[in-house]
Design a protein around this ligand. Structure first.
Ligand SMILES: *Cc1c(COP(=O)(O)O)cnc(C)c1O
Length: 399
């Protein structure tokens, strides 16, 4: 693996990690679609269970196809080890809960993925874990939130739907002053190609692999990376015993999808920059949220923390929900759907879709207006994306 450490990310997405040996020399690592593994004899079975012999036991505990994906994401994040999960939420839950027990305290960014928020605010409370949601743009507020029993700090950056950016170096430095605190970062919007939270003090990085990492809209999955010790703990406790294990087939598809991650991210980002400029120039658009704009809070972290602004854009229509509905319904190529990071451009209305579980007051506080639209810029030709947006703006204006 020493050689791989020098590989560029563009090559690592294709070659990172050690593929299982194949007697036929298959170019593509085979798919081990199997629930269990046959022991050569009873003694070996016992030794594998005792941890005294290498070798697979049962696919909930480990599988060669899954293992290759885990090694590849670890290499890409610059972390020691990886674990693959059935969904992104499986990754968030397994990674956080491995370090928590009743009586512990969690600090989470007040701007995180809806189901992460639900897990922390509803489920954790039931098990006696206390959570403080903090505006992490405010260093003093974060510093003041630490308690003697704080064990996990959870951050997502950039975050839905306004692409809020958190300074990871600042958060990392504060966490390092605390004994026994794990900084866990959700890196879904960036991927390791654009941001490696481990460089800024993150102990654990989680992903919804459903999004850019797989990139083809045909899998739900998650990934976790961290130190060998932490990943081993997660695999042997929250992952093994709660069972959000990935299917080997899904792992195989993600390993395939990953091969084009570098060129996909480059294209997604280049197209998004043009689309953001186009949206900004539309009379029907009140405001565009895109980290590539100089007036976006957090823009200064592009070039240091982030290699690019990414390809998610949010924008505010001047005339509220009805105009938003008409605009979405008028689109011909761009699909109305949640999720992001696929080849297809996807558009959604946070107030009625991803953020509908929030009360109207909570939405207002979070700045999610009825006119807010989120666009995941896909891989179609930029002219076709702009043409579709343009014709739908024209139609919506006639209503
Ligand atoms: C989608 C998403 C998740 C959850 O992932 P699933 O694969 O849907 O379970 C978590 N965090 C972020 C930032 C996401 O976009």
């Amino acid at each position: 693996m020493a050689q791989q450490r020098n590989m560029r990310p563009e090559s690592m997405v294709i070659h990172g990690g050690e593929a299982p040996a194949d007697p036929h020399g298959a170019l593509v690592a085979p798919l081990y679609q199997t629930s269990t593994f046959v022991f050569p004899n009873a003694e070996t079975g016992g030794q594998r269970f005792a941890g005294d012999a290498d070798g697979y036991i049962y696919s909930r505990l480990g599988n060669p196809t899954v293992n290759l994906l885990e090694q590849r994401i670890a290499a890409l994040e610059g972390m020691q080890a990886g674990a693959a999960t059935a969904t992104g939420m499986g990754a968030v839950a397994a990674a956080t809960m491995a370090f928590l027990r009743a009586g512990d305290h969690v600090i989470a960014s007040d701007c995180i993925y809806g189901c992460s928020f639900a897990l922390f605010s509803h489920l954790f409370e039931r098990f006696g874990v206390q959570v403080s949601f903090v505006d992490m743009a405010d260093e003093a507020a974060l510093a003041a939130a630490f308690q003697a029993n704080t064990r996990v700090v959870f951050v997502e950056t950039p975050a839905n739907p306004h692409l809020r950016i958190i300074d990871l170096a600042m958060v990392g430095a504060l966490c390092q002053q605390q004994p026994d605190v794990r900084l866990i970062v959700d890196n879904t919007f960036m991927t390791p190609l654009l941001q490696q939270p481990g460089n800024f003090g993150a102990d654990i990085v989680v992903h919804s692999a459903t999004k850019y990492l797989n990139g083809h809209g045909d899998v739900v999955a998650g990934l976790i990376t961290g130190t060998r010790e932490d990943i081993q703990l997660i695999k042997m406790t929250t992952l093994k015993d709660m069972g959000a294990t990935i299917s080997p087939h899904d792992a195989w598809l993600i390993t395939r999808g990953l091969k084009t991650l570098a060129i996909r991210m480059e294209k997604h980002c280049a197209t998004a920059a043009i689309v953001a400029d186009f949206l900004k120039a539309q009379p029907a658009v009140e405001k565009v949220y895109y980290p590539g704009f100089k007036d976006h809070p957090g823009h200064h972290l592009i070039g240091t923390q982030m290699r690019n602004a990414g390809a998610i854009i949010a924008f505010e229509l001047r005339s509220g929900y009805q105009a938003g509905v008409a605009f979405l319904n008028g689109l011909e190529m761009i699909k109305i759907a949640v999720s992001l990071g696929d080849a297809e451009s996807l558009i959604q209305h946070p107030a009625s879709m991803t953020h509908s579980p929030l009360t109207p007051e909570a939405r207002e506080k979070a700045g999610i207006s009825d006119g807010l639209i989120r666009l995941s810029v896909g891989l179609e030709h930029v002219d076709d994306i702009i043409h579709d947006l343009s014709q739908s703006f024209a139609k919506a204006q006639q209503i």
